[in-house]
Design a protein around this ligand. Sequence first.
Ligand code: TXA
Ligand code: MG
Length: 317
Amino acid sequence: TKDDLNTETLPGDAGGVARAAELLRAGALVSFPTETVYGLGADATNDHAVARIFAAKGRPRFNPLIVHVPTLEAVRDIAVLEGAAQDLAQAFWPGPLTLVLPLKPGGPLSALVSAGLPTVAVRVPAHPLGHALLEAAGVPVAAPSANPSGRISPSTAQHVMDGLSGRIEAVLDGGPCEVGLESTIVGFEPAPVLLRPGGLPVEAIESALGGPIAARQTSAGITAPGQLSSHYAPEAELRLNAETTRPGERLLGFGHVDADLNLSPSGDLVEAAANLFRYLHQLDAEGDSPIAVSPIPDHGMGRAINDRLRRAAAPRD
Ligand code: TXA
Ligand code: MG
């Protein structure tokens, strides 16, 4: 990719939303805030615009994208929503949940969005500014996280600029993302399966379904083996479940420990999730000495935090 665009930072107000919507409709790449992380948006019905997402991120074409829409009616224009999927949609949308649904036959999406699969991942985000943008754009918006492929997801507009400045037309600045981790992804085979733990705790999904949900490795079947294992990587080496630090290590703490940065001194998993990517970005910017990470309880938002930490610590390709 040539990094030769003059990327605009648009203010998070009505004028910024109007400009961002106009750019999207014209086929441009616009990063926008959701409550989880910033997305890298393009008109999901425009082949050329969708192709540019893959180029800007350096993302393999076989890894499909999430489509964002403002309402349940707009979901039905692109996908089939029924049964357990409809129950989850009614319980949790708008919110940090993505559902993998059958494509609507003859629907308007570019085939590149779903990488040739018969399904499409769909999300109705809750962020007021993201929602306003989707309403104003009037087209479904394909958006992966707005980071170069394999890097940490962005939870601020500055992170987006750090990774993609020069490769996209604009970023709509909505401040830091409240959840801070990507959405939870659920597929249907046809029974519901957890494809990625995320911003909506699994316990909430299980209580809505009235029973346990099976988990499958993050959409591993549809991507190259190993490709996703080293996802979310900071430059520095990461050592997990560290009760104490070794010489030369920095500590990313959790709970009552004396740390370089503490995800949540009080041991609050929601706060820890919101801080995780921001602190990894910060530690990355500050140096390259190894990072030890305190143990994180594996329930609620802790499931998603541990999933991201394991990927960040996995051997690099
Ligand atoms: O919170 C989020 O989900 C953010 C915001 C921007 O919405 N988006 C995000 O997108 O995390 P991305 O592209 O970084 O992750 C999407 C995941 C990928 O692992 C992809 O393989 C999976 O969703 N996916 C997309 N379409 C799929 C499909 N049809 N079947 C199975 N998995 C799919
Ligand atoms: Mg991503």
